[in-house]
Each structure stands twice: as structure tokens, then as C-alpha cells.
Design a protein around this ligand. Sequence first.
Ligand SMILES: Nc1ncnc2c1ncn2[C@@H]1O[C@H](COP(=O)(O)OP(=O)(O)OP(=O)(O)O)[C@@H](O)[C@H]1O
Length: 240
Amino acid sequence: MSGADAIAEFDSVGLRYGTGAEVLKDLDLRLLRGGFTYLTGASGAGKTSLLKLLYLAQRPTRGRIRLFGEELSHAPRAALPGFRRRIGVVFQDFRLVRHLSAFDNVALPLRIARRPESEIAVSVRELLEWVGLADRSAAHPPTLSGGEQQRVAIARAVVGHPELLVADEPTGNVDADMAKRLLHLFERLNELGTTVLVATHDLSLIAATKGAQLMRLDGGQLVDPTGLLRHPPPRTRAAG
Ligand SMILES: Nc1ncnc2c1ncn2[C@@H]1O[C@H](COP(=O)(O)OP(=O)(O)OP(=O)(O)O)[C@@H](O)[C@H]1O
């Protein structure tokens, strides 16, 4: 398989914070375009750190990352916002804008993309309904429960149909029925072409997703239960 089929590739990637020990070691991985992947691992294993590398909140301390076919270490800083706009992120701590309503938080990526307000209104309403918050669209984040904030964060991450969706424990604050509904949303987005990576401890979620790839982090290293990772990475590159 050629590099052109991968939306992201890690080649011997390591990460340390400051002068501490490496929290991620020798990561070789490949996220296939259009794939659905779960990332598991004990608390502190490095899941959030790996996701941060993918959504460009951290740079690796060694190794190489290719994203959307581009080598990140060669990309100028000015190119990074362009990459980020292609990625939807559900942060573990939600990161909603406090002074904006739930509606306006979800609308943000579409407004940044300068989509017409009429289209924004339809998309945002549809998503708020899907995540069970149609009647809370005017509410501000501080007045929402943790689970409600998480659902707004998910709606915001998916509303622009990103090429890559990265979600950190996206069902950590919701009940089993809502988790199923949110999983269905991710699957639908995946069917429409979004590559999905979900970090989770929720084994029932993983069991419910047919055909998903599973990666596990253990002590900062990737264990590969489904045998789909790349060891070692291919050196060939497809033309174009
Ligand atoms: N900004 C930081 N500065 C220093 N160390 C950090 C920082 N962020 C994470 N770490 C350390 O890196 C290691 C991996 O943390 P990370 O948050 O990636 O794990 P995780 O698998 O996502 O954990 P959890 O499931 O509890 O969210 C931990 O030892 C953590 O203490």
C-alpha cells in the first residue's frame, strides 16, 4: 500500500515534555484515509499526547510526521492553521467558548469557513438536535452540564465535515444510550469520507464499531492488536 492512502503517518516518533522522560517512544503508525480507528491504553499511557501530535498542538521531539501527505517538519509555521482547519477536534476538556451560546460554538467552524448564515443555521440546528440539545441552543457553556458541554464540543467538531476527526474520550460524560447515538454520528461522518480517530476506555463502543482498527498505547509505545500498523514504515511513495 502506498503513502498516498494514508492521511497521517508517524515514523519513529518520540515526544517528551521539557526535560522529562519520553512519554511517546518510537511510534510508527499509519492512519488510512477513510478509516475508523480506536486508540486505547491505561490512564497516562500517552493517548492525549498522541492526539496532540495529530492535531498539531505539539511537535514531536524526534521522528517524522506526515499529515495530508505533507511532511510537517518541512511545513512553514504559516501553513499550520490551514492544516488545522481540516481537522475536527473533540478535546477532553471540551474548550468551548464561554461567552458564546451552544449554537454559536457549534457554528464557529462554519463561520471561519465563511459559509452563508442560512446554511449555518440549518447545519447547526440539525446537529444540536442529533446530540439532544435542540432546546439548549441559546445556553452558554457555564450553564450546561459536563455531558451537555461534551455534546456541544462534538457537534462543533463534526459540523464542518472535517477530513480528519480526532476525539479524546468523546463519550466520557454521557450515558450508554447517548454514547450509542454519538457513535452513530461518527460512523455516519466516516461513511461520508471523514477519517476518524477516537481515544477511549469504552470497550462497548469499540465492540459496537464494525471494521474499526484498534491501537493500544502501553508505556508510551504502540501495541498493535489488529496487526494493521506499519512496522517498519514503507519507504515508497506514490506519485501525486
Ligand atoms: N503538558 C505536559 N507536561 C508534562 N507532562 C505531561 C504533559 N501532558 C502530559 N504529560 C505526561 O505525559 C504522560 C502521558 O499523558 P497523556 O495525557 O498523554 O496520557 P493519556 O493516556 O491521555 O491519559 P488519560 O487517559 O488519563 O487522559 C503522563 O505521564 C503525563 O503526566
